[in-house]
Design a protein around this ligand. Structure first.
Ligand code: IPE
Ligand code: IPE
Ligand code: MG
Length: 238
């Protein structure tokens, strides 16, 4: 099987999963966070080197205040768990998104986690928090403008694709080979728009907390079959 180097996931359906069990939405988020732990371990065992999950978007602030607060509290405890997992599995954790929009204590935990895990050589795990792809591109362009103003922009002053890529939050991380969205929605919701230019997409109706190893294998098989069909050169094999 041709295993993708980088898998990106839009973790969707926590609320619907909880509702189907007669539970509050926040229960769905708690179970969803637990499942992130599972999938990190399983992904690494399958040979995936980079995993990037969409946990909270720039648009998600418009949800009811109670739900946003519950998600932020869950994030606080998740970041602690994540540090232990990183230590145990030698996982390198990076956060993409506008960290400055998060509470000060969360920013501090993120800095500690990123610093603590920076030299680990296991799974490269990226969590998108307060992330929006358009926001990320705008921030990258503004960084480039600032460098130009200071006269430290490399090259002849022309903005290139490489320059934009290297100013995004995902600088140094290869583009995703496979993008998975759970829970039936077939849209990107402002996720990795630049990075997914050539990414294979896989959609499933399964809600995120119920997305098991078996479901991941289905997505990986789908990816592997697409690769066989079109090969690397874009030529159809079958
Ligand atoms: C995904 O689940 C988690 C977040 C966006 C924080 P949702 O909360 O979007 O669940 P549904 O889509 O309403 O079921
Ligand atoms: C996308 O899911 C964002 C995350 C998974 C964090 P949403 O549930 O927020 O997206 P929409 O509102 O259905 O587009
Ligand atoms: Mg949703």
């Amino acid at each position: 099987m041709n295993v993708p180097q980088h898998v990106a996931i839009i973790l969707d359906g926590n609320g619907r999963w909880a509702k189907s069990k007669g539970m509050p939405r926040t229960f769905g988020h708690t179970q969803g966070a637990k499942n992130v732990e599972n999938i990190c371990r399983i992904a690494w065992n399958k040979g995936i080197k980079y995993l990037t999950v969409y946990a909270f978007s720039t648009e998600n602030w418009s949800r009811p205040g109670d739900e946003v607060n519950a998600i932020m509290d869950l994030l606080r405890s998740y970041l602690k768990t994540c540090k232990n997992t990183a230590e145990k599995n030698h996982m390198r954790v990076r956060i993409i998104g506008d960290k400055t929009g998060l509470a000060e204590d969360i920013q501090k935990s993120i800095r500690e986690l990123e610093e603590f895990s920076r030299d680990f050589d296991g799974l490269n795990f990226q969590i998108a928090l307060n992330y929006g792809s358009r926001d990320e591109i705008v921030r990258a362009v503004n960084l480039i403008l600032k460098e130009k103003e200071k006269g430290i922009l490399p090259g002849d002053g022309i903005v290139t694709e490489e320059m934009i890529s290297s100013h995004l939050d995902t600088a140094g991380i290869p583009d995703p080979d496979l993008l998975i969205r759970t829970s039936g929605e077939m849209r990107l919701s402002n996720y990795l728009l630049w990075q997914c230019a050539y990414t294979e997409f896989y959609f499933t109706d399964v809600h995120w907390p119920a997305f098991t190893e078996e479901e991941l294998v289905k997505a990986l098989e789908h990816y592997s079959s697409r690769q066989r069909r079109f090969g690397k050169t874009g030529e159809q094999v079958e």
